[in-house]
Ligand binder design. Structure first.
Ligand code: BGC
Length: 774
């Protein structure tokens, strides 16, 4: 770096311009890189107000499409980039996947124009959610919720690497992933986009994915990595009504302790951008929540990344939430709260609105400069100034490696929930009747964000096997298919199913040895997945009941984005497998698992509730769900779930023994707790086991959670083999956030548990932290 550049950086640092982090003593989430900062300053100083406003606006590619909707209209490009000076584009033409070449060509045209008229590269972003969702040839992995069910961080790494690599191959440097909203309400239609209900599991997987997507150095992202947008910051997953984008009410201590955790970990691991929660928390639309956006993230974490709105959410501040009277008021609220880029997504006039608001003194120039620095910093870190487009070979694009990893992830993510009388694995000699609306569809196997927003795998990648096709291949000549119930194909009615042939299915069942009934949900995304009843549909339940009434054994396969209630039909079936949303190799994985070629090792990353009026998470308060109140009163509020968080069976058995504390039982906040456990495969098949360690705080000044996941590892054991698994848990992990918003670790007894065993510990000293993050 030359002396001139250094001068700029030190001057900027002295003026507190580079990062708006209230107290200068806070460590920065991402270490500042002097050359990056110098480049940012040198670009910024030559920009007009309109150019700055343009950098803060992101529009959908739809505003650039020509009449064919397949190509860019040069006149529109001139207008949007040349006149309006817009700095970012998102989305795909036609809401549909394209080839990587089509995508790359489109980006090249945008970049050429941007460099020609602005000298600043545009940044293109796409919703790559479980792999390269919007590339026809791209590799898809099981959805995040499935990767969580593997309890194996390696799959989050593999998916992140594949996603970034293939997205870059299409000249796109930015993905709107990973999703880290805690899936703590199964009614929410985006439950499956997240890594489940637990903050630790979510944080571990999301941080792993973030680093895999971006690489190790967030200041220098190479041509095989991309920038993430962690989303949706935050509390989006627990809408009070269960419906998408509706208000949430979250106690501030829970917000800090649970909902913030995955975001904080990702910011500190270098996440370069964040997308904001469309809805509201405790009456404040998140896009207008200065305390959370600027306070918690930019100031308290010293995070110098960029915050982008979700789709049209500045508009929502006045059209939906009524906290602003019009667009301009909404812009003032959002930008002053900390929004750096507005996903408008159709109206470039937003640029002129920002200019007018600055000229009227409604938004300070310092806030604009801060926002634009953050946008430019992202572009510099991605190397876009040097390489607005790039020549690089991607030999592994859509190759064997990613396909194998996706298959392996599917195998480890499908969860065996019931296996009465050892009906599984199948012997291979049985005559099999396959039924149900989920048996012959790739669309349902993949879920949303698969080639289109709502998911359209059948239309794009018919070469993969549905469950039916995979079973036919694995059990040739043994399979008969009668759907019984199918999803409605009519546009907009996809979630409805229709009874088509239940009597026929029952007839055929009489001459079958076993019935594999595949039920659940069709694919959906966001608001389209809203619903009024978490129960599995009546048609599908009727199908299962009719089949079970034949007396033939039913294996129930659940293929669904959220745990649809099946309390009344579960007792009728011999086995249950929840494949969740395992993607293109999910059918093959299931056939191999049912045949016993592979062994189950998935565990539920969410609580599978049983009753519609009792939706649970595993970390409920000790005072909830008890049958008695110390003998004086019967609450009749027993914890009664279908299957608990962390539940999942295998074809082998694992015995846990020798849970040992390797560090002293008396501990203080700064100590490291060390614990080990021996796990033995006592069955006759090789298998993998997710070993989960929980803690319980026995007495605390706020009602303690009954237990909390603190560590996990996935191990593999041959028959008869034992392994000792060691865990290290920093003692401060056992702290909680009190009613005053402060982290506290209180003296008294704690219990660590694993595999049904427990050890006691004793915290000898209460510690209260005066910092917001520990
Ligand atoms: C979704 C986001 C997504 C954005 C851009 C919104 O509707 O909530 O998750 O990234 O659209 O497509």
């Amino acid at each position: 770096m030359n002396t001139f550049a250094w001068k700029i950086v030190s001057a900027a640092l002295a003026a507190g311009m580079l990062v708006s982090c209230g107290s200068g003593s806070q460590p920065k989430a991402i270490a500042a890189d002097a050359e990056v900062e110098a480049k940012v300053e040198s670009v910024l100083k030559g920009m007009t107000l309109k150019e700055k406003a343009g950098q803060m606006v992101q529009l959908s590619i739809m505003v650039l499409e020509d009449d064919t909707h397949e190509a860019i209209d040069p006149a529109k490009l001139d207008k949007i980039i040349g006149e309006y000076k817009v700095g970012s584009i998102l989305n795909v033409m036609h809401d549909a996947a394209h080839s990587w070449e089509h995508t790359a060509n489109m980006v090249r045209q945008i970049q050429e124009k941007s460099m020609e008229v602005l000298g600043i590269p545009c940044i293109y972003g796409l919703d790559m959610i479980h792999g390269a969702s919007y590339l026809i040839e791209g590799s898809l992995f099981p959805q995040e919720i499935n990767l969580a069910a593997t309890f194996n961080r390696e799959y989050a790494r593999m998916m992140g690497e594949a996603m970034a690599y293939e997205t870059r191959a299409a000249q796109v440097p930015w993905v709107f992933s990973p999703v880290m909203d805690l899936g703590r309400d199964p009614r929410w239609p985006r439950h499956w986009e997240s890594y489940g209900e637990d903050p630790y599991l979510q944080a571990e997987m999301a941080r792993t994915e973030t680093v895999a997507i971006q690489g190790e150095d967030p200041n220098h992202i190479d041509l095989e990595h991309a920038a993430v947008s962690v989303k949706h910051f935050m509390g989006y997953g627990v809408p009070h009504t269960g419906k998408d984008r509706t208000p949430a009410y979250i106690a501030e201590n829970d917000l800090r302790e649970k909902y913030f955790r995955p975001f904080k970990e990702c910011f500190q691991a270098g996440a370069l951008t964040a997308m904001i929660n469309s809805a509201s928390i405790n009456g404040i639309p998140t896009h207008a929540n200065r305390t959370l956006l600027t306070g918690w993230v930019k100031e308290q974490l010293g995070w110098d990344g960029m915050m982008v709105t979700d789709w049209a959410d500045i508009d929502n501040l006045y059209t939906r939430d009524h906290v602003a009277a019009d667009k301009r008021e909404a812009l003032v609220l959002g930008i002053n709260a900390g929004i750096d880029m507005i996903m408008d997504p159709y109206d470039p006039e937003c640029v002129n609105d920002i200019v007018a608001l600055v000229e009227a003194g409604e938004i300070p120039m310092s806030r604009i400069d801060d926002a634009v620095r953050r946008v430019l910093r992202l572009k510099v870190r991605l190397g876009l100034f040097d390489n607005p487009t790039w020549q690089h070979e991607y030999p592994e694009f859509a190759g064997e490696r990613f396909a194998r990893e996706s298959y392996d992830a599917a195998v480890e993510s499908e969860v065996l929930l019931k296996n009465e009388e050892g009906i599984l694995p199948l012997k291979g000699t049985e005559r099999i009747l396959v039924c149900g609306p989920n048996a012959n569809t790739l669309r349902a196997l993949n879920g949303g964000w698969s080639y289109t927003w709502q998911g359209s795998a059948d239309a794009f990648v018919p070469q993969y096997n549905t469950i039916l096709e995979a079973l036919e291949q694995r059990f040739p000549g043994k399979v008969t298919w009668v759907p019984g119930v199918l999803y409605n194909e009519m546009y907009g009615a996809w979630q409805n199913d229709i009874e088509v042939s239940i009597p026929q299915a029952v007839n055929v069942a009489r001459s079958a040895d076993v019935i594999i009934c595949c039920v659940g949900e069709n694919s959906y995304c966001e608001t389209v997945g809203n619903m009024d009843d978490l129960n599995l549909s009546a048609n599908q339940k009727n199908l299962v009941k009719a089949l079970a009434a034949t007396g033939k054994p039913v294996i129930l396969v659940l293929n669904e984005g959220r745990p649809r209630l099946i309390g009344d039909i579960e007792p009728l079936v011999k086995a249950v497998v929840d494949v969740i949303l395992p993607s293109n190799y999910g059918g093959d994985a299931l056939a191999a698992l049912l045949a016993g070629d592979e062994n189950f090792s998935g565990k539920l990353p969410f609580t599978y509730s049983k009753h519609i009026n009792s939706l649970h998470t595993y970390d409920y308060k000790v005072s909830e769900h008890r049958s008695t109140m110390g003998g004086s009163y019967n609450y009749d509020a027993i914890m009664d779930v279908q299957w608990p968080f962390g539940f999942g069976l295998s074809y082998t058995q694992f015995a846990y023994s020798e849970l040992q504390l390797l560090s002293p039982a008396d501990f203080k906040a700064g100590d490291m707790l060390k614990v080990s456990v021996k796990v033995t495969n006592t069955g006759d098949r090789a298998g993998k086991e997710a070993v989960l360690v929980y803690s319980s705080d026995l007495v605390a000044s706020l009602i303690p959670d009954v237990k909390r996941l603190r560590a996990f590892e996935k191990i593999e054991l041959q028959p008869g083999e034992s392994k000792t698994v060691n865990f290290e848990i920093p003692a401060h992990e056992l702290a909680f956030v009190g009613a005053d918003g402060k982290w506290r670790l209180e003296k008294g007894e704690f219990r660590l548990s694993c595999g049904g065993l427990g050890v006691m510990l004793n915290c000898t000293e209460t510690k209260v932290w005066n910092t917001p993050n520990i």
